[in-house]
Design a binder for this molecule. Structure first.
Ligand SMILES: [Fe+2]
Length: 317
């Protein structure tokens, strides 16, 4: 059966139509989905009504990575993580923030997942079970197109640079590509304590990689957790990272998905950065996510000394 797609935006993303997610997906269809994923960077499916359908669809795009955060697992399934915000308990993953004057739970700035680890997962598959009544959008920007929008002179200057990343649980301390008026509301000390328990040593990633399926260069910068261009004078590094992050997170080139119940989005974590708008503190939202296993093979620990393994292999973002 041919896979029918339509663009989600002029810049990134395809919606897949007419696929029955309650049935097995044959090999020809799976290949067509992989081709569409390569064309679109992200794929949207509608009508994914069960965890079984979510897991089956996820496996079309690769092997699944098991979670290192069992507290977020659904029904003790290590491949299925629940991301929810409960307004009654004022509890959800991450801190609560004031962003552009609005109080938000679950807000996340632009990032690729796991930038603070040496191994970068291939992608993720997010299913919306209970969409937010207000806000809750997820944004996506294509790192290939962002690279192509850079002046050639700048491309040549930065092509071989590397960037140091270090896990920063306090969102407001991420300087690059983030709003300048972020305020951490610290309404849930327990959640903050949860995040601080993770101890990730600094890692190094290239600023530019070749995307394996397209052969194109990707501006592989995750504004969240980025600290320094390796080996560069700190002031120059700061200036360059501000310039590149501001360029990358230019929302004129983003697609923001307004979620409906049972929507699923698959994103390519080696190519696409994403962000979460979060929800007002009295608005519920519940989603589940699988993670696509992979390693692009370019990350490393800043300090290669033995005994510097992190306490956990991965967390959600
Ligand atoms: Fe994320």
């Amino acid at each position: 059966m041919p896979v029918i797609t339509t663009p989600l935006s002029p810049h990134i993303g395809l919606e897949v139509h007419g696929l029955n997610l309650e049935r097995d997906i044959d090999e020809a269809t799976r290949q067509a989905l992989l081709d569409a994923w390569t064309r679109g960077g992200i794929l949207l499916f509608r009508g994914c009504r069960s965890a079984e359908a979510h897991l089956r669809l996820s496996r079309c795009f690769g092997k699944l990575e098991s979670s290192a955060t069992p507290d977020l697992n659904v029904d003790n399934n290590p491949y299925l993580m629940e991301l929810k915000y409960d307004p009654e308990k004022r509890k959800g993953p991450g801190p609560m923030m004031r962003v552009n004057g609005a109080e938000r739970a679950g807000w996340l700035g632009w990032h690729w997942d796991q930038s603070f680890t040496s191994v970068i997962a291939r992608g993720a598959v997010l299913r919306m079970i209970e969409p937010a009544a207000i806000a809750g959008e997820t944004g996506f920007i294509d790192g290939i197109a962002a690279w192509q929008r850079l002046p050639v002179q700048l491309q040549e200057r930065i092509r071989d640079f590397e960037v140091v990343y270090h896990f920063t649980p306090e969102m407001e301390k991420n300087p690059y590509g983030f709003p300048t008026d972020l305020v951490n509301l610290k309404t849930d000390p327990e959640s903050m304590a949860d995040l601080r328990k993770y101890d990730f040593p600094p890692v190094v990633h290239p600023l530019v990689i070749i995307h394996p399926e397209t052969g194109r260069e990707v501006l592989k910068l995750s504004p969240m957790h980025a600290k320094l261009v390796l080996g560069m004078d700190p002031a120059q590094s700061d200036s360059l990272l501000h310039q590149l992050a501001d360029h990358l997170v230019d929302e004129r080139f983003a697609y923001f998905h307004q979620w409906s119940e049972d929507d699923v989005i698959v994103w390519d974590n080696w190519r696409v950065i994403h962000s979460a708008a979060g929800v007002p503190l009295d608005v519920r939202r519940r989603a589940q996510r699988t993670t696509l296993l992979g390693d692009y093979g370019h990350g490393r620990y800043l300090d290669p000394a033995p005994g510097r393994e992190p306490r956990t292999a991965t967390i959600a973002d």
